[in-house]
Design a protein around this ligand. Structure first.
Ligand code: PLP
Length: 366
């Protein structure tokens, strides 16, 4: 058996007709950047997430950049975030001239450890940027409370958690701005790059809309410097189709996770879910001190795995100028040595789930 980490061909096969007619509609409209398909997706996504505004942008990285800019964060400012995430989270903070300030993660969920945030707040701190890692909510109630106490903004990097909830509320809708990525491997994805910003705030909405088109709301009139980062009409049309399936897909992810939880618990550390979270398992990431040898074994069995993430951001050469060193964030550093993500996409068949389980059992039992 050969099991890939994700199989988008399988995901799109049953949607072929719908995706083809979405393509044809855009082809015949002659409108390829922004326009009615994008507006429709923004409306659909905002309705789904139960939030006032959504803004389609080029990708999840730009969504973060535009969110930071919309909040007027820049040179001389500090933004508190997690070192255990994809590089873009801290890269965007640095690229706009601000300083990423890391706080270690919880050993349980691998989300930012809220107990360690306040000690990093100073007069330069402007925002807290939690990531809902692997699709599980960070402790947003506490984060919002800390932010209120210190008059900080909150940006939620929800790239991995479209449709995931915490205490009944969709991730990305707790803070001032939520950002999403529709990169093909994401749980809601387009057939290329795409991203989204959501907010409840009228002013941030206006800023975000201008920032994605060169700081402009009227052609050739520019209020401030911005970006060229629009969601393509074609990608929005595909997303309008795929959004109808996201709940079903997230549910299937949960179903597979439940089987993995029960079957793998005797052998490895399975993901811990924080009370109140409805995890969508964008990744199903186990932990074991035999990570590399287990991964080799599974590879030989035809099962693809991935390490999210092998190097915490404070140890990335690109961020070396921040002056962090090994040992600064021991929880994230240990996790980086132990984590292994298993295949968990909605189209994974029951026999494949069973094969993954029996292969891991075989590895540990010999
Ligand atoms: C946590 C996180 N933040 C940001 C991004 C960036 O999104 P994109 O690849 O769409 O730019 C990703 C995914 O790639 C991500 O996983």
């Amino acid at each position: 058996m050969k099991i890939p980490i994700i199989d988008l061909v399988r995901q799109h096969k049953p949607l072929e007709q719908e995706l083809e007619s979405a393509f044809r509609k855009v082809l015949e409209s002659g409108q390829f950047i922004l326009g009615s398909e994008v507006e429709e997706f923004e409306k659909n996504a905002a309705n789904f997430l139960k939030i006032k505004y959504a803004i389609g942008v080029g990708n999840g990285t730009d969504a973060l950049t535009i969110a930071l800019k919309a909040l007027n964060i820049g040179a001389g400012d500090e933004v508190i975030t997690t070192p255990f995430t994809f590089f873009a989270t801290a890269e965007t903070i640095a690229m706009i001239g601000a300083k990423p300030v890391f706080v270690d993660v919880e050993d349980t969920t691998l989300n930012i450890d809220v107990r360690k945030i306040e000690e990093k707040i100073n007069s330069k701190t402007k925002a807290i940027l939690p990531v809902h890692i692997f699709g599980q909510g960070a402790k947003m109630e506490e984060i919002i409370e800390i932010a209120k106490r210190h008059q900080l903004k909150v940006i939620e990097d929800t790239a991995q958690g479209f449709g995931s909830k915490r205490n009944g509320k969709y991730l990305g809708t707790f803070g001032d701005i939520g950002t999403f990525s529709f990169f093909p491997t994401k749980n809601l994805s387009c057939l290329g790059d795409g991203g989204l910003i959501v907010t409840q705030d009228d002013l941030l909405y206006e800023m975000g809309k201008k920032l994605r088109v060169h700081g402009s709301s009227k052609k050739y009139y520019h209020d401030f410097l911005g970006y060229n980062s629009r969601l393509d009409a074609l990608q929005a049309a595909f997303l309008n189709v795929k959004l109808n399936y996201i709940e079903k897909w997230n549910e299937r992810r949960r179903g597979i996770a439940k089987i993995f939880d029960a079957e793998l618990k005797p052998y490895v550390k399975v993901p811990e879910v924080d009370a109140g979270n409805e995890h969508i398992y964008h990744q199903y990431t186990i932990r074991t001190d035999k990570r590399d040898s287990l991964s080799d074994f599974l590879h030989k069995k035809g099962i693809a795995t991935q390490v999210h993430y092998p190097v915490p951001l404070h140890l990335q050469p690109a961020l070396g100028y921040l002056g962090y060193k090994k040992g600064d964030f021991p929880v994230a550093e240990r996790a980086a040595k132990e984590v292994l993500s298993l295949p968990i996409f909605p189209e994974l068949m029951d026999q494949e789930v069973e094969y993954i389980v029996s292969s891991i059992r075989e590895y540990f039992r010999g």
